[in-house]
Write a protein that binds this ligand. Structure first.
Ligand SMILES: *[C@@H]1O[C@H](CO)[C@@H](O)[C@H](O)[C@H]1NC(C)=O
Ligand SMILES: *[C@@H]1O[C@H](CO)[C@@H](O)[C@H](O)[C@H]1NC(C)=O
Ligand SMILES: *[C@@H]1O[C@H](CO)[C@@H](O)[C@H](O)[C@H]1NC(C)=O
Ligand SMILES: *[C@@H]1O[C@H](CO)[C@@H](O)[C@H](O)[C@H]1NC(C)=O
Ligand SMILES: *[C@@H]1O[C@H](CO)[C@@H](O)[C@H](O)[C@H]1NC(C)=O
Ligand SMILES: *[C@@H]1O[C@H](CO)[C@@H](O)[C@H](O)[C@H]1NC(C)=O
Ligand SMILES: *[C@@H]1O[C@H](CO)[C@@H](O)[C@H](O)[C@H]1NC(C)=O
Ligand SMILES: *[C@@H]1O[C@H](CO)[C@@H](O)[C@H](O)[C@H]1NC(C)=O
Ligand SMILES: *[C@@H]1O[C@H](CO)[C@@H](O)[C@H](O)[C@H]1NC(C)=O
Ligand SMILES: *[C@@H]1O[C@H](CO)[C@@H](O)[C@H](O)[C@H]1NC(C)=O
Ligand SMILES: *[C@@H]1O[C@H](CO)[C@@H](O)[C@H](O)[C@H]1NC(C)=O
Ligand SMILES: *[C@@H]1O[C@H](CO)[C@@H](O)[C@H](O)[C@H]1NC(C)=O
Length: 852
C-alpha cells in the first residue's frame, strides 16, 4: 500500500511537472548558461535573492522571473533582467545569442562593462533592446542594423564612443532611439534621416558636432528631438519647425548661433516645449516666436541681444506658457513684470539679469511656483510676492534691497527655498523664531549685512550665511537641524568653538564651511560626519589635532584647514580616503616627517597638495610620489562638488583656497580646482634629495619646494614635467647645475632658483632668459642670462640688460592675464550654467509632480 502510494506520488510529481514544462530544454540551457556568465554583486545589506538567483534549474524556465515565452512554441521571447546586479562582460559567444526568438531584451542597470558584441545582430526578431546604464564601452556595432524589427533602442548612460554606424539607417521601424549620456561623436548621423517612423530621438550629453542637416523633413513623425549638451553649431534649420508632429525641441547647451528663423508654418505648430538656452544665439529675438501658440515651456536664457532692445510683448500671445526663462539676455530693455500677469498658467518665471520694474498693483497668476529675479536691479522687497501663495522657490539674489526681510515672507505656506543673498539686508522683521516656524528647507542669506543668525526650522537642509557680520558663538540651536546637509558660515566674525553636537547630523552633513572666522579651541572629533564631502575651516584659530574621525569620511573630496594652529603629525591616514582631491594643511603647526620608512603614500585622486608653512622635517623617499595618479595622468575628474542643491536654484557654495602661484598669492574658487594640479611643500624643514619620483607627476602645473633644506642636485627628470608653469626651488641647499633640459619646458613661465648653491650656466630657452635676474641670485656660481655674469666671468653688456628688462615686463603682464583668466570668470560662468541646468531638470520633475 505504502509503496503503491509512493509510486503514485512519484508519477504525479514527475509526470505532471514534465508534461507541464512549456520551456524548451535548449532554451533553458541557454538561460542557465547565461546566468552563469555573470556573477551577482548586490549590496551587503540586501538579503533577498535577485532575479537570476531565484531561477531553479529543475522548473519550467518559462515561469522564471524575468522570462516570457511564446505560449504556443515555448520559445523564450522576452528576457527582462534590468537592475539584477549582474556583473561581467557580455562575450560574443554568450549563450544569450542562442535565444534566437527574443523580441524584448532588457538588461538596463547592470554592470556589464564590456563592448557590445557584434553577435547582437543575430537576435533578429528583437523589437525592444534596452541596454541603458550597463557600463558598455567601445563602438556601437554595425550589426545593430540587422535588427530590422527594432522599434525601441535604448543605449543611454554607457560609455559608447565613436560615430553611429551607418547601418542604423536601415532600422526603418524604429520609433524610439535613446543615446543620452555617452561619448558618441562626429557630425549629425545622416543615417538617422532614414528613420521615417521615429518619434523620439534623444542624443543629449554626447559630443556630436557640426551643423544639423538643413532638410530634416523626412523625420515626419518626430515628436521629441533632444540634443542638449553637445557641440552642435550653426543655425537651427527652419525645417525643424516645419515638422508637423514636433512637440519637444531641446537644443540647450550647444554652440548654436545666428538668428531664430521659424519660417512660414503651413499648419499650426504643435510645438509645446522649446529649449534654446545656453547657446551662442545673438541678435534680436524674433517676434515669430509668438506663432508657436502651443508653447508651454520656453527657455531662451543667455540669448545675447548685444545690449539690444527686447519687446517682451512677443511672449504674451503664448497663453499656455507655464515655464518662461528669458534670463541673461544682455538687453538694455527694462521689463515690467506686470505684463506677465495675463499668462494665467505661468508657474515658473526667470527674468534674471534683466532690469525690472515692479508696479505697486502687480500681481502674477496664483499658480506661480518658481520666481527668479536675480540681478534685476530691484531696490525694494517685491510686495506682490505676499499674494503668491503657491510660491515654493524664490530667488531675489544680487539686487540692492535694503532693510529687513518682511515677516510675511515666512508665512507663505509652500515656500521651501529662499535665496536673498547679495543684497543689503540687515535683519529679519518679526520675532526671533519667525523663520523657524516655516517649513523652509534651503536658505541662502550670504553676502548681506546681517548681524544675528536667525533660528532655522528643523526642516533646514541647506543654509548659507557666509559674508555677513555674524559675531559671537555658533548658536547651539543649530544642533537641532537634523536634516542639515550644507552649512556655510564662512567670512564672518564668529568666535568660540565648533559645536560638538554636529554628530546629530552625522548621516546628512556633506558640506561644512566655517572659513575665515575667529573660531578657536580644539577641532572636535564629534563634529565630523561620515557623509562629509567638503570641509573648510581655514583661517581660524583652531588648535589640537586633526580629528581622526575624518578617516570614516570616505566621500571626502576637499579638506582645507589652512592658517590655524593645528599641532599634529602628518595625517598619513588620509591616504585611505579614496576620493580626496584637495588637501591643504598650509600655515599650521604640523610637525615631523611626512613619510614613515619604506612606506610611500598613495593619493590616487589628489590634485592639490599644500602643506607649506609648517614644521615638517625629514627626507622624502625617492618613490614618494609614485602613487599619485591624478597628478601623473590626464584623468577625468568629476567635479561633483557644485551642489546637490544648486539643483534647486542655488545650494552652491564656493570652495576656495589661497595659494601661492608664480610667486604671488592668489585665490582659487569653484571649478578652477579641476584644472589646477599643485604641490606645495615650501616653508618647512625638509632635507635630503628632491625625490626622483616627482618626474611621474606629468600633469603638475605648480611645484613649490622653496624654503627648505633640500640638498643634492636638481633631478634631471624634472624636465619630464612638461605642463609645469611655475617652479620654485629657492632657499634650499641645492648644488650642481640647473639641468639644461629644463630649458625645454615651454610653459614654465615663472621660476625661482635663488639662494641655493647652484653653479654653471643657466639653461638656454626663452623661458629662462626672460626671468627676472632675482630668480637666480645668491648661488655659488650661476652664470649667463638673465644674470649679469657671463659664463666666462665678464659682465653682460648694457644692450643685453635693456632687452632683458623689456622681456621681464611682458612676462609679468602675460601671467597676470593668465591668472585672471583662470579664476573667477570661467568659474562663475560654469557654476551658473550648472546651477541653471540642474535646477531646471529638478523644476520639471517638481512641477510634474505638483501638477499631477
Ligand atoms: C535564495 O536562494 C537560496 C538558494 O540559492 C535559498 O536557499 C534561499 O532560501 C533564497 N532566499 C530567498 C529569500 O528566496
Ligand atoms: C567564450 O569565449 C571565452 C573566451 O573568449 C571562453 O573563455 C569561454 O569559455 C567561451 N564560452 C563559451 C560558452 O563558449
Ligand atoms: C563594474 O565592473 C567593472 C569590471 O568588472 C569593475 O571594475 C567595476 O568596479 C564595476 N563597477 C561597479 C559599480 O560594481
Ligand atoms: C547582418 O546582415 C548581413 C547581411 O544581411 C550579414 O552579412 C551579417 O553577417 C549580419 N550580421 C550579423 C551579426 O548577423
Ligand atoms: C534607408 O531605408 C531604405 C528602406 O527603407 C533602405 O533601402 C536604405 O538602404 C536605407 N538607407 C540607409 C542609408 O540606410
Ligand atoms: C527635403 O527633402 C525632401 C525629400 O527628402 C524633399 O521632398 C523636399 O523638397 C526637401 N525640402 C527642401 C526645402 O529641400
Ligand atoms: C510666408 O507667407 C507669406 C504669406 O502667407 C508670404 O507672403 C511670404 O512670402 C512667405 N514667406 C516665405 C519665406 O515663404
Ligand atoms: C538700476 O536702476 C537705477 C534706477 O532705479 C538706475 O539709475 C541704475 O542705472 C540701474 N542700474 C543698472 C546697473 O542698470
Ligand atoms: C493681495 O490680494 C488682495 C486681494 O486679493 C489685495 O486686496 C491685496 O492688496 C493684495 N496684496 C498685495 C500686497 O498685493
Ligand atoms: C520639527 O519641528 C516640528 C514642530 O516645530 C515638529 O512637529 C517635528 O516633529 C520636528 N521634526 C523633527 C524631525 O524634529
Ligand atoms: C569609524 O567608524 C566606525 C564605525 O562607525 C567606528 O567604530 C570608529 O570608531 C570610527 N573611527 C573613528 C576614528 O572615528
Ligand atoms: C621621462 O619620460 C620618459 C618618457 O615618458 C621616460 O622614458 C624617461 O625615463 C623619463 N625620465 C625620467 C628621468 O624619469
Amino acid at each position: 500500500m505504502i509503496i503503491w502510494s509512493l509510486c503514485l506520488i512519484l508519477i504525479l510529481v514527475f509526470g505532471s511537472s514534465h508534461a507541464k514544462h512549456l520551456c524548451h530544454p535548449d532554451q533553458r540551457e541557454a538561460l542557465w548558461e547565461f546566468k552563469s556568465e555573470f556573477y551577482v554583486q548586490k549590496p551587503d545589506e540586501m538579503k533577498s535573492n535577485t532575479t537570476t538567483e531565484m531561477w531553479r534549474h529543475n522548473t519550467d524556465c518559462c515561469s522564471w522571473d524575468g522570462i516570457s515565452c511564446n505560449p504556443k512554441t515555448g520559445k523564450v521571447v522576452e528576457l527582462a533582467l534590468g537592475d539584477s546586479y549582474l556583473n561581467g562582460p557580455l562575450r560574443s559567444n554568450s549563450s544569450l545569442f542562442r535565444l534566437q526568438h527574443l523580441r524584448g531584451l532588457y538588461l538596463s542597470y547592470n554592470n556589464i562593462s564590456s563592448v557590445l558584441p557584434d553577435s547582437i545582430g543575430k537576435l533578429k526578431y528583437l523589437r525592444v533592446l534596452s541596454l541603458g546604464d550597463c557600463n558598455f564601452f567601445g563602438k556601437i556595432p554595425s550589426s545593430i542594423g540587422n535588427l530590422s524589427h527594432l522599434t525601441s533602442l535604448d543605449l543611454s548612460s554607457n560609455g559608447f564612443t565613436g560615430e553611429l554606424p551607418d547601418s542604423m539607417g536601415s532600422l526603418n521601424r524604429l520609433t524610439n532611439l535613446e543615446l543620452v549620456s555617452n561619448k558618441l561623436g562626429g557630425k549629425f548621423p545622416h543615417a538617422l534621416l532614414n528613420l521615417s517612423e521615429i518619434t523620439m530621438l534623444d542624443l543629449r550629453d554626447n559630443q556630436f558636432e557640426g551643423m544639423l542637416p538643413s532638410n530634416m523633413s523626412t523625420l515626419s513623425k518626430l515628436e521629441d528631438f533632444e540634443v542638449s549638451g553637445n557641440l552642435f553649431s550653426g543655425s537651427i534649420p527652419k525645417s525643424l519647425f516645419m515638422l508637423p508632429s514636433l512637440i519637444h525641441l531641446n537644443l540647450n547647451k550647444n554652440d548654436f548661433s545666428g538668428p531664430l528663423e521659424i519660417g512660414n508654418l503651413s499648419s499650426p505648430s504643435k510645438l509645446g516645449s522649446l529649449t534654446l538656452g545656453e547657446n551662442n544665439f545673438n541678435g534680436p529675438i524674433s517676434g515669430s516666436v509668438s506663432k508657436l501658440t502651443e508653447l508651454w515651456f520656453l527657455d531662451l536664457s543667455f540669448w545675447n541681444t548685444r545690449r539690444g532692445l527686447v519687446s517682451f510683448n512677443i511672449f504674451l500671445n503664448l497663453k499656455s506658457l507655464t515655464f518662461l526663462d528669458i534670463s541673461y539676455l544682455n538687453t538694455r530693455s527694462i521689463v515690467d513684470i506686470g505684463i506677465f500677469s495675463g499668462l494665467m498658467s505661468l508657474s515658473h518665471l526667470d527674468l534674471s539679469g534683466i532690469n525690472s520694474k515692479i508696479s505697486s498693483t502687480l500681481h502674477l497668476p496664483s499658480s506661480m511656483f518658481t520666481l527668479i529675479l536675480s540681478s534685476c536691479n530691484i531696490s525694494e522687497f517685491p510686495k506682490f510676492i505676499q499674494n503668491q501663495t503657491s510660491l515654493r522657490y524664490l530667488d531675489i539674489s544680487a539686487n540692492q534691497i535694503e532693510g529687513q526681510v518682511p515677516e510675511w515672507l515666512w508665512g507663505l505656506p509652500g515656500l521651501r527655498y529662499v535665496n536673498i543673498s547679495q543684497n543689503l539686508f540687515n535683519g529679519f522683521e518679526g520675532s526671533t523664531n519667525v523663520i523657524q516656524r516655516s517649513a523652509n528647507q534651503m536658505l541662502d542669506i550670504s553676502s548681506n549685512t546681517f548681524q544675528d543668525l536667525p533660528l532655522l526650522p528643523n526642516s533646514t537642509m541647506f543654509f548659507s550665511g557666509s559674508d555677513n557680520q555674524f559675531s559671537g558663538e555658533i548658536p547651539r540651536a543649530i544642533c537641532k537641524l537634523v536634516a542639515l546637509d550644507t552649512l556655510v558660515l564662512s567670512n564672518n566674525n564668529l568666535n568660540g568653538s565648533i559645536p560638538r553636537c554636529f554628530k546629530n547630523f552625522r548621516t546628512t552633513l556633506s558640506v561644512l564651511h566655517l572659513r575665515n572666522n575667529s573660531l578657536s579651541g580644539i577641532f572636535p572629533d564629534e563634529s565630523i560626519g561620515d557623509k562629509l564631502r567638503s570641509l573648510d575651516v581655514g583661517h581660524n584659530r583652531l588648535s589640537g589635532e586633526l580629528p581622526m574621525s575624518l578617516i570614516n569620511c570616505t566621500e571626502l573630496e576637499f579638506l582645507n584647514v589652512e592658517d590655524n594652529i593645528i599641532n599634529d603629525k602628518f595625517p598619513s591616514w588620509l591616504s585611505l580616503l579614496p576620493n580626496l582631491q584637495i588637501l591643504v594643511l598650509r600655515s599650521n603647526e604640523f610637525y615631523g616627517p611626512i613619510s614613515s620608512l619604506g612606506d610611500s603614500l598613495s593619493f590616487p585622486k589628489l590634485r592639490i597638495f599644500d602643506i607649506s608653512d609648517n614644521r615638517f622635517t625629514g627626507v622624502l623617499p625617492s618613490d614618494y610620489f609614485s602613487g599619485w595618479t591624478a597628478i601623473s595622468y590626464v584623468v577625468d575628474i568629476e567635479d561633483r562638488t557644485p551642489l546637490r542643491y544648486a539643483g534647486r536654484g542655488s545650494g552652491y557654495y564656493h570652495k576656495s583656497v589661497g595659494m601661492t602661484n608664480k610667486g604671488s598669492k592668489m585665490e582659487l574658487v569653484g571649478s578652477g580646482f579641476t584644472i589646477y594640479k599643485t604641490i606645495d611643500v615650501s616653508r618647512n624643514r625638509f632635507e635630503g634629495n628632491i625625490p626622483e619620483s616627482i618626474s611621474v607627476l606629468k600633469e603638475l602645473i605648480v611645484l613649490n619646494m622653496s624654503n627648505n633644506a633640500f640638498t643634492g642636485h636638481i633631478p634631471t627628470s624634472l624636465s619630464n614635467l612638461t605642463n609645469l608653469q611655475s617652479l620654485d626651488l629657492s632657499q634650499n641647499r641645492l648644488t650642481g647645475e640647473i639641468p639644461p633640459d629644463l630649458g625645454k619646458l615651454t610653459f614654465l613661465a615663472w621660476m625661482n632658483f635663488s639662494y641655493n648653491k647652484l653653479e654653471g650656466p643657466i639653461p638656454h630657452g626663452t623661458q629662462f632668459q626672460s626671468q627676472n635676474s632675482s630668480s637666480f641670485v645668491e648661488n655659488t656660481a650661476l652664470c649667463g642670462l638673465p644674470l649679469k655674469i657671463r659664463c666666462g666671468g665678464e659682465e653682460t653688456t648694457k644692450q643685453e640688460q635693456d632687452e632683458e628688462k623689456e622681456e621681464e615686463e611682458e612676462q609679468v603682464f602675460s601671467w597676470i592675464a593668465a591668472a585672471i583668466g583662470y579664476v573667477p570668470g570661467v568659474v562663475c560662468g560654469l557654476t551658473i550654467a550648472h546651477i541653471l541646468t540642474s535646477y531646471k531638470r529638478d523644476w520639471f520633475m517638481n512641477t510634474v509632480h505638483y501638477f499631477t
